[in-house]
Design a protein around this ligand. Sequence first.
Ligand code: SF4
Ligand code: SF4
Length: 182
Amino acid sequence: MKLTNRSKVVSNKEMTFMEKLYLPEIFKGMAITLKHAIAGPKGKVYSYPEVQKPRTKIWRGLHVLKRDEEGRERCTACGLCAVTCPAEAITMTGAERTKDEQHLYREEKYASVYEINMLRCIFCGLCEEACPKSAIYLTDRLVDVETNRGSFIYGKDKLVEKINERIDITERQSELQKKSVK
Ligand code: SF4
Ligand code: SF4
């Protein structure tokens, strides 16, 4: 069954002498590059990283683990986000809340460790959709540039929002989500 009209039939024909040389194709490619270099950029140019291109509020960037209105962490370490994640980027360890920790964690169970491997993440947003506690959202922030692979594993220190620096995610929420958040 044909699934698309855009598929190309692969040709196994023998290459000609000119094709085997590769040079004509290389020059053709360089000519295209030169043409674009002379024509200059189309549209506005941003001198990144000093000047960043504006991003929409519903940009799927760096995650945030949300707190509730009393400042308690929302995540209950149910693991649904990790199960849903197609890139297997999320890992966590659950712990039981003690009486003294009721002001820190909203639910009886919480994530003592919560990590996202940003090198694996494809920013699909499925973790956000799977979460029953409105605890995880993607934001318009970018993942930092790092120089070693280990630094791309983001823990709670980078993911949980700061009490005094709340991140507004209302633009990302559907009307149903807004109504269901308790
Ligand atoms: S955005 Fe997608 S890939 Fe990234 S952690 Fe969430 S579910 Fe996994
Ligand atoms: S972020 Fe949401 S889905 Fe993931 S473990 Fe926490 S409560 Fe469960």
